[in-house]
Design a protein around this ligand. Sequence first.
Ligand SMILES: C[S@@+](CC[C@H](N)C(=O)[O-])C[C@H]1O[C@@H](n2cnc3c(N)ncnc32)[C@H](O)[C@@H]1O
Length: 355
Amino acid sequence: MASLAVDSPGSAASRAAQRAAVFPRVRWMGSKHRLLPHLARVFDELGGRTALDAFSGSGVVSYLLKHQGYAVHSNDYLGFPAVVATAGVVNHATRLSAQEVGRILGPPADDRDFVRRTFSGVFFTDDDLAFLDSAWSHIDGLRGHRRAVAIAALCLAAARKQPRGVFTLTGDLSRYDDGRRDLRIGLREHFVERVADYNRAVFSNGRPCVATSVDVDELEPGRYDVVYLDPPYAPPRDDNDYTKRFHFLEGLSRYWAGDTILHGTRSKKLPKRVTRFSSRRTIEEGLRDVLEKFHESTIVLSYSSNALPDRDTLHSLLAEVKDHVEVRAVEHTYSYGTHATATRRSVDEYIFIGR
Ligand SMILES: C[S@@+](CC[C@H](N)C(=O)[O-])C[C@H]1O[C@@H](n2cnc3c(N)ncnc32)[C@H](O)[C@@H]1O
């Protein structure tokens, strides 16, 4: 097995990775932000014009692919990742002006108070919650990429202000206050800064890009030169439920329109979305079908050594559909975790390439 080196600083891959690193960062479980230089090198070697990022999450890999000149299709079954990808990947030119930001910060356009009524005492201060209602009263009138940038910035503001970025923690969270500015400033101030982050990230690579939010099983095969798969990990002793951790961002990304909040829960969460990737029992079968579906494309698959199924199983699954399978290992230290023991655990991150 090859161990993966990062390219020399002046190479095209390394320039793309550096540019992609400006993508507004959200603490998404399994985010590949730190792997950008390694992935950039792989994509650079593979070439091609069209790429699918089938489990896009934070959107950072889609954004990297865009920097590497691909026409990108970014997909995740959650809605929040699609908004983020619309703002930063599909959007080639739209930035929010100071005037538009000023309007969103100004007096509310209507008297909605759903966020404050629902989440008072659960997350944030009442002032912050009132701002989310008020901001949405203006965002509802926006359309297209403008709307996506505003929503993405609002969600990122909430993600940054929430300790550890996960919405399983509720109530008095003062014990998590380590003095970090992100936890202290209000959501309004965050919003202004996060809009600036998105505005900075916007660029055009001249290729049509799209974002969808459907189950991977619903995607059509056969249209991509490169397919990047970063499925949800199935850790041996925890779950991989994204809705449980990020339900507030998911709801906020559409002002909970059409959502059924579980009012009996402490965090007022949304129902879990169960797919074959949600359980250790069915993930292997789910992966086999996805690999079969994309067998005509070059497949790049991320996986980590503390996840299930194990490396050998994945290798054989990929070898069922591809003649040539290569595995590259990257030493990687996660900074994410809901428990002290889960933070900064060093794992081997693998990049499988099937051609
Ligand atoms: C490991 S994360 C991807 C991280 C991403 N590459 C990044 O750098 O941020 C896995 C993603 O798969 C999504 N997901 C889970 N089950 C899915 C399904 N059945 N179809 C599509 N996406 C799914 C989750 O919402 C999550 O964002």
